[in-house]
Ligand binder design. Structure first.
Ligand SMILES: NC(=O)c1ccc[n+]([C@@H]2O[C@H](COP(=O)([O-])OP(=O)(O)OC[C@H]3O[C@@H](n4cnc5c(N)ncnc54)[C@H](O)[C@@H]3O)[C@@H](O)[C@H]2O)c1
Length: 249
């Protein structure tokens, strides 16, 4: 028996990168997974690998998010877990730029996807979770909120927002038995990170950790599985920093 047997999970941004590893990890523990991504082909491919389902979603769009949740219910009859992983991280915001040179449209798009998207997804599953009096939400934040990493103020601000949002949701949904936590990954060598960040930078980050190696997507999967499972049944409103000891939190 896997830790998540009988559970149904939605992973936003599951069509690529770290999100796709969450899908694999949850499926390996017995969960049925809806791979939801704006990149439909990527989502379909990941779903095919794990025997899950896929749907195209733009998390910044209210109707699209509602349709994602409905598609999950229609396919699997229930929803137990929401991983709020979709974000603008690699595209659009490269190259990095000082905060006073970020175009307003770029700021607004990052907020729309990373912050409004996370809120819309939580809002869409909330009635189901309240009614069944159980559910798990994980907001994927970022270690950049601790370091105040320069050059992408909108991204760092958005990740601080979803971290704070997890705390509010934990309080507001606690009485329904719903748990909400946040994870702050360190710089992780997902496909796009390897594409857009110089290898010297990844190597330098590795040296700043207690464990002196690059962080890879699979380093995050165990924490996600733990937070989705009953092994963490009394844990809510918390932040789990997974970065090989770059920051102590
Ligand atoms: N890789 C890192 O170093 C790192 C560090 C800390 C936090 N994170 C966070 O982890 C998550 C995954 O990171 P990654 O490296 O795999 O990033 P990525 O850019 O490779 O993947 C993001 C995924 O989100 C999807 N997406 C983007 N906009 C969307 C939208 N509007 N609607 C639905 N899906 C959308 C993309 O298609 C993609 O599949 C992100 O939330 C990121 O901010 C990453």
């Amino acid at each position: 028996m896997g830790l998540l047997e009988g559970k149904v999970a939605i992973v936003t941004g599951g069509g690529r990168g770290i999100g796709s590893r969450y899908c694999l990890g949850l499926a390996a523990e017995g969960a049925k997974v809806m791979v939801a991504d704006i990149n439909e082909a990527g989502a379909r491919q990941v779903a095919g690998e794990i025997g899950g389902a896929s749907t195209r979603v733009d998390v910044s769009d209210e109707q699209s998010v509602q349709a994602m949740v409905e598609a999950t219910r229609t396919t699997f009859n229930r929803v137990d877990i929401l991983i709020n992983n979709a974000a603008i991280f690699t595209e659009l915001i490269q190259p990095r730029k000082p905060f006073d040179q970020i175009p307003v449209e770029e700021w607004d798009r990052v907020m729309a996807v990373n912050v409004r998207g996370t809120w819309l997804c939580a809002r869409a599953v909330a009635p189901i979770f309240k009614q069944q009096r159980s559910g798990v939400i994980i907001n994927i934040s970022s270690g950049t909120i601790f370091s105040g990493t320069e050059g992408f103020a909108h991204y760092v601000t958005s990740k601080a927002a979803v971290w704070g949002m997890a705390r509010v949701l934990a309080r507001e949904l606690g009485e329904y038995g719903v748990r909400v936590n946040a994870i702050t990954p360190g710089l992780t060598s997902s496909e796009m990170v390897q594409e857009v960040y110089p290898s010297e930078m990844l190597a330098a980050r590795a040296q700043a950790r207690v464990f002196r190696r690059e962080q890879v997507p699979d380093d995050l999967v165990g924490t996600v599985v733990f937070l989705c499972s009953d092994a963490s049944a009394f844990t809510t409103g918390q932040t789990f920093n997974v970065d090989g000891g770059a920051h102590f939190h």
